[in-house]
Design a protein around this ligand. Structure first.
Ligand code: PLP
Length: 460
């Protein structure tokens, strides 16, 4: 190891506070340190190559090492590095807002920029509260979201999040947030207590839980429903056919805003620009971030239906909300250049054409005894691991700990595949490579997974 490498690793050990990380895991070993990327691959500080099976964190859509995005950032920084969107505009934010409004479905024409996804979720809840106050329905403030869903870490977004373990340390959180079942059809028997529901039946059952929750809380108190097109946490739960259409009907019936949290699912992750376009629904608000710049600079956005902006047009009305760096000029310029790449390289078409092969690659692993379910859409897939395929028996907390943290995460990484082994719900492995990945990368993913999952089973 060279001296500069040693210095970086020591600085990380001594001073860096990692996110959602048990630091004890690195007491005896160095913190994996990634120094550069190229296409679908990244390289660590020792020069070892890894397939980026998670696009960083569902972010790097156009792949690593795109010089034109670096140049767009540099050009903008030279021209105007910073100016806020507080009472002023700058050209790139205006242009990006216009472009997003044109790409978004329906009349989602008004764009409020943030610096990331959690802030976009926070913004959407605050807007929902204020909107209903301004139109004379001041009691409407509660939100409904789904079990195990992750919506971010600010205290409002965390309150919407459906993972108790992430919330306990920070209680009391923002009140008025209610959980309903998610669209985990694999576990539908356990969730509903009814055997053998079809995906369509389960989808309607799950959507109707939202109506029931609204009724139980009182429709005049509920402001919004937050849901992801494909739910990430728990392992990529796609919506059963008809699910979103029923959610739309319910929200219309009770005058509740439908918020599609597309922090992961927007910008090509599912093969469409926005997640709702994949499943044919139009929400009232989209929250997005991550892939908007492919991670070359941070930004997030809340894209709202024109009617939600109406009350803010007159008199002294104002949405008293903002972020210094929201819609940062450099990030806005990078986002525009990123969307240019999407168009020029037909990334949406590429994902849609390759989706069946990616699915097939993962489905091929179903012959392994540990693979219980393979689910997802586009370039966003989860593999649920089970102890008994026939009964769908899952692992105990101890087994899951040993399997995921004790073995799988490290073994996959050591084998050259960066992806996610997660147990926020039942244990899953998640794959979401850059959108430029194709058959070669799928083959590599399939082969590493087969080797490591076979070994994991042998160790159980
Ligand atoms: C659906 C969803 N919403 C919100 C967030 C929070 O985004 P951020 O980490 O940019 O604040 C995430 C992050 O993964 C997410 O997946």
């Amino acid at each position: 190891m060279t001296q500069p490498e040693h210095d970086v690793l020591k600085a990380a050990q001594d001073h860096l506070w990692l996110h959602f990380t048990r630091h004890s895991a690195y007491e005896q070993s160095e913190i994996p340190t990634i120094v550069r990327g190229e296409g679908s691959y990244v390289y660590d500080i020792h020069g070892k190559r890894y397939l980026d099976g998670l696009a960083g964190l569902f972010v790097v859509q156009v792949g690593h090492g795109r010089h034109e995005l670096a140049e767009a950032a540099a050009k903008q920084a030279r021209e105007l590095a910073f100016f806020p969107l507080w009472s002023y505009a700058h050209p790139k934010a205006a242009e990006l807002a216009q472009r997003l409004a044109a790409l978004a479905p329906g009349e989602l024409n008004r764009v409020f920029f943030t610096t990331g996804g959690g802030e976009a979720v926070e913004t959407a809840w605050k807007l929902a509260k204020q909107y209903y106050k301004m139109i004379g329905k001041p009691l409407k403030h509660k939100v409904i979201s789904r079990q195990i869903a992750y919506h971010g870490t600010p205290q409002g977004a965390l309150s919407i999040t459906g993972i108790p373990a992430f919330k306990q340390m920070f209680e009391p959180l923002v009140p008025g947030s209610i959980r309903v079942p998610n669209t985990n059809h694999y576990r539908a028997d356990e969730i509903t207590g009814v055997k053998g529901m079809t995906p369509e039946e389960y989808g309607l059952w799950a959507a109707d839980r939202v109506a029931r929750a609204i009724e139980m809380e009182g429709p005049d108190t509920v402001a919004a429903v937050f849901a992801e097109p494909v739910q990430n946490a728990g392992g990529c739960f796609p919506p059963p056919p008809g699910y979103w259409q029923r959610l739309r009907e319910i929200c219309d019936e009770y005058d509740v805003l439908l918020v599609s949290d597309e922090v992961i699912c927007a910008f090509g992750r599912l093969g469409t620009m926005f997640g709702g376009q994949k499943f044919d629904y139009v929400p009232d608000i989209i929250t997005c971030a991550k892939g908007l710049t492919s991670g070359y600079s941070p930004i997030g956005a809340m894209i709202a239906h024109e009617r939600l902006f109406e009350p803010f047009k007159d008199g002294d009305a104002m949405f008293a909300h903002g972020y210094t760096f929201g819609g940062h000029p450099v990030s806005a310029a990078v986002a525009l250049a990123n969307l240019d790449i999407f168009e020029r390289e037909d990334l949406l078409g590429h994902v849609t054409r390759n989706e069946p092969l990616f699915k097939q690659t993962l489905d091929d692993l179903q012959d392994l005894p540990i693979v219980g379910d393979v689910r997802g859409a586009g370039y966003f897939w989860g593999i649920e691991l089970v102890k008994d395929k026939a009964t769908k028996e899952t692992f105990t907390a101890d087994e899951s700990e040993r399997l995921l943290r004790g073995f799988l995460s490290k073994a996959l990484f050591d084998a050259g595949l960066y992806c996610r082994a997660d147990d926020r719900g039942d244990p899953v492995i998640q794959l979401a490579p850059p959108l430029v990945a194709g058959p070669e990368e799928f083959k590599e993913i399939g082969s590493v997974l087969r080797g490591v999952l076979t070994e994991a089973w042998a160790r159980l």
